[in-house]
Write a protein that binds this ligand. Structure first.
Ligand SMILES: Nc1ncnc2c1ncn2[C@@H]1O[C@H](COP(=O)(O)OP(=O)(O)OP(=O)(O)O)[C@@H](O)[C@H]1O
Ligand SMILES: [Mg+2]
Length: 493
């Protein structure tokens, strides 16, 4: 009977009166806000997914791309009660049919979805902003936990993909964890604590004015678990990994671009750093006129004039790399870990080893007795009491002298994993023959058995590193002098 305009005006008026006397206020969070997707809608959906799974009778289930877990969601027009800081709120998932569109730049979904949040008026000021912040934070956490982590690589050699990204990614599913990693338990705990402090240290880094990043240098012979350690770190923290192939990077500016395209909460890895960057570059690049001129370059890099000199911009330099890890550029983004690995720490440039560059130097050593016990447990399911006492004692006596890497031991155990007793027997024979052989050969270095180097104290390791660094620097200075002499001779000729 009433014309539609009048009906609409009446409803509006009625609504106003209702809201005036209602003790609640309502907030609509629509899926699409104008033409853009509303980030808050997705966040609320994820946030509620953690609480609806137990509460609801009828739920919607989804599995996102790149995720191996299923998320629960509120069904259409269903509601759920949530509490935050002792305040109770109600969430309703509202789904309505959208009117048919005549024309749109971007076709919109047929259904109009949104969440309505109902809060008591008196609680609004109390919680609204902190509640929404909390939801965003929790949603990010859940997203990270649900989503498979990614392993990125720059192996495309500087070219970009269709979205202008220099990194290519695959899902990262390495099973290595700190539990399966065979190494000294004390050292392992130190590393885990360090990672934990880092991940929870946002306030600390802000307070001390430091960029929120940390560097680890893993060194040791091949097969001692350096790559496994990186995977364990990523699994422990839930970070993505960027595996930087330095040989594919052609200039310092390309390196910088790659860094800019990494996300926070990630580990940036450069494996075999001694092989992937020719550290003698810096001499050529700096025209070899002065000794130690790479230090000048390091300072000059701030202005950008140090790069792309010498070889026509076709090589990256040590200073470019250092700038990448601890210059101004290293802190674009936050919460990032740099990991370098090398088999020969003595080949590294002292500038890389200098304190403050790599925060922690971790020596991955040959298999020692605690590591051996971890491997026995991993591969055979043997606890200490499952193995004969005499066998254990014998293993303890010779394992360090044998200089076997955890990879060697793993191989020996995998080979016979169906016959566990045989696996232990053969491993013992192997360890004994290598260990006793090494002692007979007089495999002694610096007054210590080499196999014991894994047991050096931190201080001793640092002293050793320093000595090597100074030696290599002296060598380098000598060779620089020689180079200059040769050049002089050429000039005279
Ligand atoms: N500490 C360890 N704990 C458990 N497994 C290990 C350990 N070290 C090595 N392994 C085993 O040996 C294999 C090779 O180890 P990994 O690739 O981590 O060695 P690496 O130190 O990175 O060697 P490289 O220097 O050649 O890169 C791994 O797949 C793993 O199964
Ligand atoms: Mg490796």
């Amino acid at each position: 009977i009433f014309p539609p305009e009048l009906r609409f005006a009446f409803l509006k008026f009625f609504n106003r009166i209702f809201h005036l006397f209602s003790s609640y206020c309502y907030f609509d969070i629509t899926e699409i806000d104008g033409v853009n997707t509303n980030e808050l809608y997705n966040a609320v959906q994820l946030y509620l997914s953690s609480s609806v799974s137990i509460a609801g009778n009828r739920l919607s289930l989804t599995r996102a791309v790149n995720s191996s877990s299923i998320t629960f969601g509120l069904s259409n027009n269903d509601s759920i009660v949530d509490t935050f800081n002792n305040v109770t709120v109600l969430w309703e998932h509202v789904v309505t049919q959208r009117q048919t569109q005549t024309f749109a730049w971007r076709p919109l979904p047929e259904e109009k979805r949104g969440f309505t949040l109902r809060i008591k008026k008196r609680d609004k000021a109390l919680i609204l902003s902190s509640y929404l912040d909390y939801i965003m934070e929790r949603a990010n956490e859940i997203r990270r936990k649900n989503q498979d982590r990614l392993l990125y690589t720059n192996s495309r050699g500087g070219s970009l993909d269709s979205r202008g990204h220099p990194w290519e990614s695959v899902p990262f599913k390495h099973p290595s964890t700190f539990e399966t990693l065979a190494m000294d338990p004390v050292k392992k705990q130190q590393i885990m604590d360090d990672l934990k402090d880092f991940a929870e240290g946002q306030m600390f880094y802000q307070k001390t004015g430091r960029a929120w990043k940390r560097g680890y240098l893993l060194y040791g012979p091949p097969g001692t678990g350096k790559s496994s350690m990186i995977a364990a770190m990523a699994n422990h923290l839930g970070y993505d990994i960027y595996d930087l192939e330095l040989t594919e990077v052609h200039s310092n500016s390309e390196l910088r671009k790659l860094l800019m395209k990494t996300s926070s909460k990630s580990i940036i890895v450069i494996e075999d750093i001694d092989c992937s960057i020719n550290l003698t570059n810096r001499k050529k690049n700096s025209n070899a006129t002065t000794q130690r001129s790479y230090y000048d370059m390091e300072t000059r890099l701030g202005t950008g004039s140090g790069e792309e000199s010498g070889n026509g911009g076709n090589t990256i330099t040590l200073s470019g790399l250092l700038n990448f890890t601890d210059g101004l550029w290293s802190c674009c983004g936050s919460e990032r870990i740099f990991v370098f690995t090398t088999n020969h720490i003595d080949k590294l440039d002292p500038a890389l080893l200098r304190s403050g560059r790599m925060d922690m130097h971790i020596h991955m050593s040959y298999c020692d007795f605690p590591s051996l016990k971890i491997l026995l447990k991993n591969y055979l399911g043997y606890e200490e009491e499952d193995v004969d006492d005499d066998v254990l004692k014998e293993m303890e006596r010779v394992v360090e002298k044998a200089e076997m890497t955890p990879a060697d031991v793993s191989e020996a155990l995998i080979k016979n994993r169906r016959d566990k007793d045989r696996a232990v027997r053969e491993l013992l024979e192997d360890v004994k023959s290598r260990g006793d052989g090494n002692v007979k050969d007089g495999n002694v270095k610096d007054g210590k058995l080499r196999g014991q180097s894994g047991n050096l104290t931190e201080l001793e390791i640092l002293e050793e590193e320093e000595k090597r660094a100074i030696d290599s620097q002296n060598e380098e200075e000598d060779s620089d002098e020689e180079e200059i002499e040769v050049e002089d001779n050429i000039c005279k000729d």
